[in-house]
Design a protein around this ligand. Structure first.
Ligand SMILES: Nc1ncnc2c1ncn2[C@@H]1O[C@H](COP(=O)(O)OP(=O)(O)OP(=O)(O)O)[C@@H](O)[C@H]1O
Ligand SMILES: [Mg+2]
Length: 248
């Protein structure tokens, strides 16, 4: 469904993404993990069209979309959430979701109806009349998910939608994400919460210092020495092997 080929993104002298490639299978939940500053959010910016890559192509269902604007990609069915959640503070929850729904519904009544259905799907139905600014972190994360879903995407890019949630909030939202996929939306998710990655993702890509250093099943990437070193430092994999993993 989505192929990114040899993407490089430079900001002045800094190479944030360095010849990275990935492939997202239709109907899958694919994970993108990696240490802080690895370039994950930058890569989402390139896929959604907010950033023009220095090099490389973004291919969507066999079409080269590298030069399309973000709104054109949204129309094709690519939606993203933002790591830093910024709802329209002056609007209530339903109105915030309705903004997304206007992409495919031009009559207000249709857009509002769509937004209501999405609110129910993400578990915000009780909160639709509340100002967005009054939501808890967990509520704001659900709202971010809802705003993207309201555009009726084929591919949903989730940038750390679980960050800042407590373990019980994480447990509650995992089935919501799985249900979205089961309804036919392909998902590419950036996530630091490994419990969620292990639970949800069929394939995981690992980005470190801009480079794609590994991909495979969650279990295989977690045991990959290159991945362990990227997170824990040089020599960590060897130390873990010596100590049986307990004291690395
Ligand atoms: N617009 C920008 N201008 C300059 N540098 C940027 C810009 N956006 C990101 N960077 C830099 O690019 C690198 C990658 O950042 P990015 O936000 O993509 O990482 P990330 O993997 O999403 O990290 P995190 O896990 O902390 O969210 C960092 O060094 C960051 O400071
Ligand atoms: Mg990020």
């Amino acid at each position: 469904m989505l192929e990114i080929a040899d993407i490089t993104m430079r900001f002045g002298g800094l190479v944030a993404v360095d010849r990275a490639s990935l492939h997202v299978e239709k109907g899958s939940i694919t994970g993108l993990i990696g240490p802080n500053g690895a370039g994950k959010t930058t890569l989402f910016g390139v896929i959604a069209g907010f950033l023009k890559p220095t090099q490389g192509r973004v291919i969507w269902q066999s079409q080269d979309i590298t030069d399309l604007k973000p709104h054109q990609r949204a129309e094709l069915g690519i939606a993203r959430t933002f790591q830093i959640v910024q709802p329209f503070q002056g609007l209530n929850v339903l109105e915030n979701i309705t903004v997304g729904a206007y992409l495919r519904h031009h009559r207000a009544q249709d857009a509002i109806e769509k937004a209501r259905a999405v609110a129910i799907r993400v578990g915000l139905e009780k909160d639709i009349d509340l100002p967005a600014s009054s939501l808890t972190v967990a509520g704001r994360k659900r709202l971010e998910l809802a705003r993207a879903l309201a555009t009726e995407p084929k591919l949903l890019l989730l940038d750390e939608v679980l960050a800042g949630l407590n373990p019980s909030e994480i447990r509650d939202i995992i089935p919501v994400i799985r249900a979205i996929r089961d309804d036919g939306v392909t998902i590419l998710m950036i996530e630091h919460v490994m419990q969620a990655v292990m639970n949800l993702c069929e394939q995981v890509y690992v980005l470190a210092q801009g480079q794609m250093i590994a991909h495979g099943t969650p279990a295989s990437v977690c045991n990959d020495p290159a991945v362990i070193e990227a997170y824990l430092g040089k020599g960590a994999a060897a130390r873990m092997a010596q100590t049986g993993g307990a004291h690395a």
